[in-house]
Design a protein around this ligand. Structure first.
Ligand SMILES: [Zn+2]
Length: 69
């Protein structure tokens, strides 16, 4: 109940966000918190956050502006 499952962007598995937070397996990037299953995954993300953080943004130079300011 009230569990918050988040996706580990590195290995793709679902993890309990609360447990990850308690274990310090989180990283802040671009205003979002990313959670990881292990230190290895967190370190991999920290090494190159932009490569992973952009995965779900559909970010490209295609010309369509997804943002409305
Ligand atoms: Zn992982």
């Amino acid at each position: 109940m009230g569990e918050s499952m988040e996706l580990d962007f590195i290995c793709g598995q679902e993890i309990d966000a609360q447990k990850a937070t308690e274990q310090g397996l989180t990283s802040m990037y671009d205003g979002c918190t990313y959670v990881f299953c292990s230190r290895e995954c967190k370190q991999e993300f920290d090494r190159n956050p932009s490569a992973y953080a952009n995965l779900d943004m559909g970010d490209s130079d295609g010309g369509e502006d997804l943002y409305t300011y």
